[in-house]
Design a protein around this ligand. Structure first.
Ligand code: DC
Length: 211
């Protein structure tokens, strides 16, 4: 391959599949940049929380998003919760929001020496020419368990059933939206992490990148 996305690694998958952990570790190992694209949608969802049904308003907020806000710990502390994930999923169906966030993602994707981007549509829409692509998934019950454990160690009083219900809603919305739905790229390596440790998933991922 000979294009500017040669050193881009696309890591896609549903919520709580482990893709973020794998993407971060790959970037660290390879000395690449890392962008968690979900954070961009979470930031827009949070900022647009009072206008969530208004596509035009959400699109304007996305267009005006200053990515340096993502370095502000006060702002970023609003983003990990499951309720912000829900807001992110709702604004992510709007084509205007997706278009507004595209250029920034591509700018990061072509940074030298390389970049790992994780999200839902990196291998299909943001960087279809990425040099390597992974699609990491797991059963909904296992993902809900993982997310619930993560959340109870921080701030939540949500039950496992509530987390499961929220993930089901997000999966459904993220994979059925008409613009850039969650979907495995034809040339992505599928890793089902349901019965693998994070080290086993990582071994498959880095093996594929180095192949
Ligand atoms: O990966 P995450 O849970 O932080 O993502 C939050 C929401 O953002 C997710 O439910 C859908 C949306 N999203 C998206 O539509 N496209 C991406 N590339 C990343 C996230």
């Amino acid at each position: 391959m000979n294009n500017s996305f040669t050193h881009t690694i696309a890591v896609d998958g549903p919520a709580a599949s482990g893709k973020g952990t794998i993407a971060r570790r790959l970037a660290q190992e390879l000395g690449y940049y890392h962008l968690d694209t979900g954070l961009l949608y979470r930031a827009v969802g949070w900022l647009a929380k009072d206008q969530i049904d208004d596509e035009l308003a959400c699109g304007k907020i996305a267009a005006g998003l200053d990515p340096s806000q993502l370095r502000d710990p006060g702002f970023v502390s609003n983003l990990p919760s499951e309720s912000t994930g829900e807001l992110a999923s709702r604004v992510s169906v709007y084509p205007q929001v997706r278009t507004a966030l595209l250029a920034f993602q591509r700018k990061i994707a072509i940074l030298s020496p390389g970049a790992v981007l994780d999200g839902r549509d990196i291998g299909t829409v943001v960087c279809p020419d990425a040099g390597k692509k992974l699609f990491i998934t797991a059963t909904i019950e296992i993902r809900a368990q993982r997310r619930w454990k993560q959340l109870i160690s921080s701030q939540t009083s949500l039950t496992y059933e509530q987390v499961l219900h929220s993930l089901q809603g997000r999966d459904q919305r993220d994979s059925t939206r008409s613009t850039a739905p969650l979907k495995k790229a034809a040339d992505a390596l599928l890793i089902d992490s349901s019965h693998l440790t994070i080290d086993e998933v990582y071994a498959r991922a880095i093996g594929h990148i180095r192949s």
